[in-house]
Design a protein around this ligand. Sequence first.
Ligand SMILES: [Zn+2]
Length: 230
Amino acid sequence: MEIVGLKLPLIKEGDDIAKMIVENFDVENGDVIAICSTVVSKAEGRIARLEDYSPSDRAIEIAEKIGEDARFVQAVLDESDERPGAKYYKWELKGVPIRFEIGPKEAENGEVVVSFRDERKKFSVAFDEINDDTILRWAKELKERLKVRAIENAKSKIVICNSVDEVAETVESRRVALVYVCEDCERELENYGSVLGKMEEKSEWLDVNLEGTCVVCGGKGYLVGVAKTY
Ligand SMILES: [Zn+2]
C-alpha cells in the first residue's frame, strides 16, 4: 500500500472536488481517496461564522458537558436532527395533512410555504392570507381529493364480469369480480375464489344493478363479489 498526498489549489465555493482530483491525478482502479470534510464544506459553501449563532438552552447545556463553544454546538444542532429537511420529513411521516414551513427567508418576506400531504407541490402564501377560512377550505378540498382518489382506487380493483372465465381471470389478477349468480350456482363460483356474499346495497359510484342474469345457468341472479381472501 502506498499513501500519496494530493495537492489541490485552494477550494472555493462551487468547486467540483471529484472532477479536480480526476483531472489532476492518475487515479487507478481500487484507489481509495480520502477527502477532508473541511474541504467538502468549503466546496459546498457551507461556511458559517460562530458570531452568527445564538446558542439555545439545549446547546449551552451540551456545551458545558463536552467543553465546547456553545455557538459551535448550536451550529452542529442546526445541521443535525434539527435541520429543516429532517423536520419536514418527520411531519410528513406523521401524515400531517397541511404543513406550513417558515424559514428565515419566508419570515423576512412575510410568507409561509404551504404543502399538502397528498400533493407533491409546494406554494407560498402571505401570512395575512392564512386564517380559519383558508385552512378550512384547504382541508375540505383535501378531503374531497382523498375521496376521489379512494373511489378511483376502488374502481380500479373491481371488474364487472359477464362470464365464469372473466371471474377466474379477475380473481387471479387480485381484483374483485362482481358477477350475477343464483342461489343454486353460487357454489360453482367457489372454485375461483371466495364468494363475498349477496350485495344488498351498493355505493353510489358503482354503476351496476343489484339483480341480473346468473353467469352460470342464465336464470335470475343477484350480485355477488368474488375475490381471493387470505
Ligand atoms: Zn344459476
